[in-house]
Design a protein around this ligand. Structure first.
Ligand code: SF4
Length: 340
């Protein structure tokens, strides 16, 4: 357990956590909404600095990140907890620590100590080109993220956030110097969806996305398309227009297939036709790099936006990258969005 970054003292021993847009006011002896940042005697502590709950090598495509070093390996780590409570969470066993009955006060949170030095050494040893902070929400284990990311930079590794985008502007600023790329969930374009199904809000996520682009980060967006909840064509059109208009038409958008999970088991998997219609909507709105997720062999290739030639060919995590060391299309020489 170490003292948290990004909080402000309040009267009566309370603190305000400044890590995410919940800005929890936390009284002594209590955790914030995420369950893993706790007020002890008027100071905020992270309970998960030494609780790495997942650590392993993934293809970067699994994040999903398609336009940053495609075909490379990313050492992926997580600590328990999340600032959202998505009813459809695919990783609820490690993200929803409060719901699971873990007692945040007792230190019985799952995971094991793995120092930033050990994480970076492992990533280098296993031939990874980046470290991804993923599976849960990097915002809530920010202290471990930042210490690791700084060492990773020194070792020549890139840093990648896979995030719900609900981090505070302060946290994003504090990460900017060491962050290279991010995949941000845009779960819906309805604030009602965010409040009802995620315990979050839409506007801060939009602001984070815009701020990341302004900072020059490589940003990709993912939407899990859930039948009947966020697959309305008008809503998808609004999302596509926001991405194209505010983030740029080259911004990759991953439209992923939903599978029943956690507390949303009464909704069936997304029909592939729905994803195809969503892709058509995205392309009509002006986006050029639109992908389907969780449907191997569907829409996974990266194509040159000038001549249409396939420049990165994918089937699941099998990747053929024709852009190694360059971002120029081998066919027409046009630049392809991304870092290769
Ligand atoms: S990171 Fe956790 S404690 Fe901090 S504001 Fe967000 S939910 Fe609250």
């Amino acid at each position: 357990m170490i003292r948290a970054r990004l909080y402000a003292p309040l009267s009566g021993g309370a603190v305000k956590c400044l890590a995410c847009n919940h800005f929890c006011t936390i009284t002594p002896g209590h955790p914030g909404l995420c369950g893993v940042r706790e007020n002890r005697d008027g100071q905020l502590f992270s309970l998960v600095y030494d609780r790495v709950v997942a650590a392993g090598v993934d293809p970067i495509e699994k994040k999903p990140i398609f336009h940053f070093k495609p075909g490379s390996l990313s050492f992926s780590i997580a600590a328990p907890g999340c600032n959202f409570k998505c009813r459809f969470c695919q990783n609820a066993d490690i993200s929803q620590v409060c719901d699971r009955g873990a007692d945040p006060f007792s230190g019985r949170l799952a995971g094991k100590a793995m120092t930033p030095e050990a994480i970076v050494a492992k990533a280098v040893e296993l031939g990874c080109q980046s470290i991804s902070y993923t599976y849960t929400e990097p915002t809530v284990f920010f202290e471990l993220v930042l210490d690791t990311a700084m060492l990773a930079k020194e070792a020549g590794l890139a840093n990648i956030f896979v995030t719900n985008g609900f981090m505070s502007p302060k946290l994003l600023q504090a990460s900017a110097a060491v962050l290279d790329a991010a995949n941000v969930d845009l779960k819906s374009f309805s604030n009602g969806f965010y409040t009802r199904y995620c315990n979050g809000r839409l506007e801060p996520v939009k602001q984070t996305l815009k701020a990341m682009v302004d900072l020059g980060l490589m940003v990709e967006v993912t939407t899990l398309v859930i039948p009947g909840l966020n697959d309305d064509p008008n809503e998808l059109e609004q999302m596509a227009s926001f991405i194209a208009g505010e983030l740029g038409p080259s911004t990759p958008w991953h439209l992923s297939r939903f599978h029943p999970a956690y507390q949303l088991t009464q909704v069936g998997p997304t029909p592939v036709d729905t994803l195809e219609r969503a892709c058509d909507i995205a392309l009509s709105a002006g986006l050029v790099h639109v992908y389907t997720g969780n449907v191997p062999g569907a829409r996974e290739n990266t194509c040159c936006q000038a001549c249409g030639r396939t420049v990165v060919k994918r089937f699941g995590y099998t990747v053929e990258n024709f852009l190694t060391q360059t971002n120029k299309c081998p066919g027409c020489g046009s630049p392809v969005f991304g870092i290769y």
